[in-house]
Each structure stands twice: as C-alpha cells, then as structure tokens.
Design a protein around this ligand. Structure first.
Ligand SMILES: [Zn+2]
Ligand SMILES: [Zn+2]
Length: 279
C-alpha cells in the first residue's frame, strides 16, 4: 500500500508589494510540507502577518529569498531577531541569491550590534541568532528532503540575480514565482503545477507609465504562460498597480479576468493576505 503523502498547504502571508498598501503585506508565502514551514520572501509586515495567520516566527524552519529588492527582504532581519528572542534554539537556514549573506551581516549583525551585545550580556546564547546561508548562483536542484524537493529557475528582473522556486512533494507541485519578466522557460518550470503564485504587478498600459515596467509580467503574459504550462490553479500576487489606483480591488479582479479568459481551464485567484490552499 502506498504511503500517505505528507500534508502540503500554501498560505499567502503577504499579497502586496513595495508600497504600504493597508490591506496587503509585502511578499511572503508559506509552504507547509510535512513538519517543515518553508517561508518564501520576507517583505513588509511578513513577521506580523505570519503571527496573525497562525505561524509564530520561531516555528519557521527554512527561509528562501527570490531576489534582493528591499520589498522581498526588509523583514528578514526582524524574523531572525524575533525568533531568537522568542526562543529559537537552532540556526535558521536561509537560502537566497548571492549577496544575501552580506545583507544579513551588514543589515543584522552589524546594524543591531548594540542590541545583540545587550541581550547576550544577560546570558542569551548568540549562536541561536545565527543563520546558515546558502547562496545560490545558478539554477537547478536546491534542496532535497524525505518529503519534498525544491529546485529553481533563474529569470530576468531588474538586473538582479532572480530565483523562482518549485516545491514538489508526492506528485504535487507548487511554484513560487519571483517578480519576473516573461520568459518561455517558465512554461516547463510550471508544467502541470497544482498551484502557481505568479506576480502580476500591473497591466501593459500601467507598465508604460513607470520606468520599471519591463521588469514584470502582464496579465496577458501570465495567462499565456500558465495556459501553455497547464497550470491548474494560479494566484496573482505582487499587485503593485492597486497602490496606484486608490487600493481599488477591482483593478486586480480585472487582471484576473484577463488571465481567466486566456486560460479558462485554471482556477485563477487574486491573492489576499491569509488565503490558504490545501493540496
Ligand atoms: Zn517586488
Ligand atoms: Zn523585484
């Protein structure tokens, strides 16, 4: 008899992007598989939202970072500090692009040197603050566990080393896309995926009005790529355009309607903070 597959669920801890949207935290996604709580990106409000939606930071087992834009990493020092404060007793594995080690040395160990000295003076073990960094420089296999595997795809985005992550467990596939220009290689990476979290920062017309518009995917790009891949469920996140349209959720719903029209076989969702999928 086949073994029972490990539980697999995905939680959107932050559906927004750079700007301080009052209803959307910055990028942060949790894949819970077996006993692991894998956190992908750690943007504005990530720590707050993880707690709000039932995952205390000290229970995060692994962190993966897509790229080094501040909206994806600004809460990472806080996650490490707070989980240490709350009693984490093991080094936290952090995987991300080359440069993530420097970010933590400068943005945490050096920036918070006074705090760290103060807390260790009353006996707190500084070794538990520590992190085990894996710096990625190329795409491919990333992590193998008894319950799951993770591999990566590099795509272009803002001139940065930029990783998209794919988690596979017992025949189920979840893809956490980074911010990304459209790329035909995304089709194979998302082939038959059960769930793809895909950025949809705005429409073609919107991108024409901002200097960084070419770094991102349009709803038409997402629809065409996900249709070609045969993705079963698609969640649109990193909804920058809403912050330029008075936080009007209809702007994102209209983008989802475009994706649905191109790929009607998929279930297409507009991400919301706290949204959860069981796979
Ligand atoms: Zn971003
Ligand atoms: Zn970015």
């Amino acid at each position: 008899m086949a073994a029972t597959p490990p539980p697999l669920s995905v939680m959107i801890a932050g559906s927004g992007a750079v700007r301080a949207h009052p209803q959307r935290g910055g990028p942060c996604f949790v894949v819970r598989v077996g006993a692991r709580n894998l956190v992908f990106d750690c943007g504005r409000l990530a720590v707050h939202n993880l707690s709000r939606f039932g995952l205390p930071v000290e229970d995060v087992t692994d962190v993966f970072i897509t790229h080094l834009h501040f909206d994806h990493i600004c809460d990472l020092p806080l996650l490490l500090l707070l989980s240490w404060n709350n009693g984490r007793t093991r080094r936290l594995p952090v995987t991300g692009p080359r440069g993530i080690a420097d970010f933590l040395e400068l943005g945490l160990r050096q920036a918070y040197a006074h705090d760290i000295r103060s807390r260790t003076s009353h006996g707190k073990n500084v070794s538990y603050l520590d992190w085990d960094v894996t710096e990625l420089t190329q795409e491919g296999p990333c992590l193998e566990d008894a319950d799951f595997t993770i591999d990566t795809l590099i795509t272009k985005h803002g001139g940065l080393l930029n990783f998209n992550y794919r988690v596979r467990s017992a025949g189920r596939t979840v893809v956490v896309m980074s911010d990304s220009e459209p790329d035909p290689r995304i089709v194979d990476f998302c082939r038959d995926a059960d769930l793809v979290l895909f950025e949809c920062s705005g429409t073609k017309e919107f991108y024409a009005t901002v200097p960084w518009g070419t770094w991102h995917a349009t709803p038409e790009d997402v629809g065409a790529l996900m249709r070609a891949a045969g993705a079963k469920q698609v969640v649109l996140k990193h909804l920058v355009i809403e912050s330029f349209r008075n936080q009007d959720p209809q702007v994102s719903e209209a983008m989802a309607a475009t994706v649905r029209a191109i790929h009607p076989a998929a279930k297409v969702f507009v991400a919301a903070d706290g949204m959860t999928f069981d796979l």
